[in-house]
Design a protein around this ligand. Sequence first.
Ligand code: B4P
Length: 197
Amino acid sequence: MFNIILFGAPGSGKGTQSITLVSAYGLKHISTGDLLRSEISAKTPLGLEAKNFLDKGILVPDEVVIGMISSALEENPDAPGFLFDGFPRTPAQAEALDKLLKLKQTGIGVVLALDVSEEELVKRLLKRGLTSGRSDDSNEGVIRDRLKVYNNQTAAVATHYAKFDKVVKLDGEGTEEEVFARLTKEIDKRLKNQNKD
Ligand code: B4P
């Protein structure tokens, strides 16, 4: 089993790259943002609670998101590996994920961290906001708040995985194809090493 965390600030290309990566490697894609948005559209109690957080650009409480991930892992016992997109977003989520994967006798293979400048992030999210209908993309103030949340709460997740020498920082600027090529180069290197062991 090979599990990947695609890491980076909002707008760094996690969701975009996940689509092509899961199809290239046959992984199961788990995006907490997508899971939360589908709960919101279905107007479930979890979705009604989550909406207030997403609209303001702040993080949904850890216990809610960890519960969702635990169910997603249980629902996919035969997955050849998982691509985590937008999760973990706090050190507490990272520790919970490590424990859940340990129960499945697996762990994180690599954390691929996409590096994009703040001005480029704001530009991309405002552009997506013109068509996505996402309330958190259409207001520059909310976008800047999401970037602050990333710097204050989420960046520490990379520090957690750096302790285990799992983090690879990559340039997330350029065309989608260029970024995809950088990501696959790193994944292929690790898969080759794993197959040697
Ligand atoms: P997410 O759904 O995870 O969304 P995101 O971080 O905003 O976007 P992403 O990074 O995937 O977008 P992408 O760059 O692909 O989170 C939304 C909210 O949900 C959070 O604010 C939080 O409230 C909540 N949440 C989610 N997970 C949580 C968790 N674990 N804990 C607590 N709360 C959680 O795309 C952005 C745009 O850039 C697109 O329009 C794309 O086309 C464009 N783009 C991508 N690559 C490009 C490139 N190379 N060049 C030019 N444009 C590019």
